[in-house]
Design a protein around this ligand. Structure first.
Ligand code: MRU
Length: 347
């Protein structure tokens, strides 16, 4: 199987972060170069780069682009970390990656070493993510063995990570092993990550994919067309409640009602053990124009209000299992999650 590799989601060389522009897919395959912290912040905010793991990697590289102005280089790095943390609020991978960069700043004395150490840390975050995706694919494939038709929401594939993705990793894994598997991709209103991105990368890899509007998922589940639902995550609370792209929660309710297994796939750095439940996860509110003016065409009358929360929270009780790089957490609970996340533990 060929994974889409060119151009990659992210690439870095000193002074330049190159991002595949995901706002332009699938009609144009173009990249955007970021040379400054501000340009990186804008790219994350505008979803040029998106998906929880990819945001964290981009932000880590963004820190390396900080240049001293009237402050010391060390202060410039700290300022960059603080600033990049304001780009998007929900995906905890962003804060996890920036915390790693902050720890490097705090632990290395001397400016020259600091630049080298920060770049090494960003490269490590990037490389580790590739391995996490691979391991999620391996563990998730056990759950999806025998599944022929799998439904997903948003894009939790290679475009959202540096490897196989999270939710799509088990699918790529099984496809590579020759298991016949096809994907039904919710279009994912309002920004169509499913239609534009998931369908694009699966088709490029030769995995059969069918796009549906979000409202069609219920009928497919009712008629028994779907064997399993698998999605990614932006933040998982200590009890397993999971924030993911808006529209994930109703899908989980439907899957539960129709007794179709609903899986979440995410690396351990997507867990936020500080938050006891999903009620505490900050939900990004985006520009209402993304809903009211898709492609610049007004589809909502001027006097109507429009809402645009980018994520929703699925309660743990609706999740059959969470697939991580360390193993599978069946029937997620605070205790099961704590035990999987504790150092040295895996199953
Ligand atoms: O707003 P986006 O496109 O960044 O939202 C992305 C998602 O919700 C993904 O499902 C999630 O980040 C998991 S990506 C492996």
């Amino acid at each position: 199987m060929k994974l889409r590799t060119s151009p990659p989601t992210l690439a870095f060389e000193p002074g330049r972060l190159t991002l595949l522009d995901q706002t332009r897919l699938p009609s144009e395959v173009v990249t955007v170069d970021c040379h400054t912290v501000q340009e990186t912040w804008d790219a994350i905010r505008r979803l040029v780069v998106r998906g929880a793991p990819a945001i964290g990697i981009a932000a880590a590289y963004g820190v390396c682009l900080a240049r001293r102005s009237d402050q010391t280089q060390r202060a410039a790095y700290v300022g960059a970390i603080d600033y990049l943390a304001t780009s998007r609020p929900t995906a905890v991978n962003l804060f996890w990656a920036l915390d790693r960069m902050r720890r490097v700043v705090e632990s290395i004395p001397g400016n020259l070493d600091l630049a080298t150490a920060l770049q090494a840390e960003a490269v490590a975050i990037h490389a580790e993510d590739r391995q996490l995706c691979h391991d999620i694919g391996r563990h998730g494939a056990r759950l999806l063995t025998g599944a022929r038709r799998v439904l997903t929401h948003c894009n939790a594939g290679g475009l959202a990570t540096s490897g196989w993705g999270t939710a799509l990793a088990p699918i790529y894994h099984l496809h590579q092993l020759g298991q016949p598997i096809e994907v039904f991709a919710d279009e994912t209103r309002p920004l169509w990550q499913g239609a534009r991105l998931t369908a694009w990368e699966l088709a490029a890899a030769g995995v059969p994919v069918t796009v549906l509007t979000d409202s069609m998922a219920g009928s497919l589940l009712r008629t028994g067309t779907i064997d399993a639902v698998i999605v990614g995550a932006d933040r998982i609370a200590a009890n397993g409640d999971t924030a993911n792209k808006i529209g994930t929660y109703p899908l989980a309710v439907l899957a539960h009602y129709h007794q179709v297994p609903f899986y979440v796939a995410a690396p351990s750095n997507t867990f936020d053990p500080q938050l006891a439940s999903g009620n505490l996860i900050p939900i990004e509110q985006r520009d209402p124009q993304e809903v009211s003016q898709p492609h610049g065409i007004t589809i909502v009358p001027e006097r109507a209000s429009v809402m645009n929360p980018a994520f929703d929270v699925t309660p743990a009780e609706l999740i059959r299992a969470i697939i991580t790089e360390r193993g599978v957490i069946a029937a997620p609970s605070t205790q099961a999650i704590a035990s999987l996340l504790s150092p040295g533990m895996s199953r």
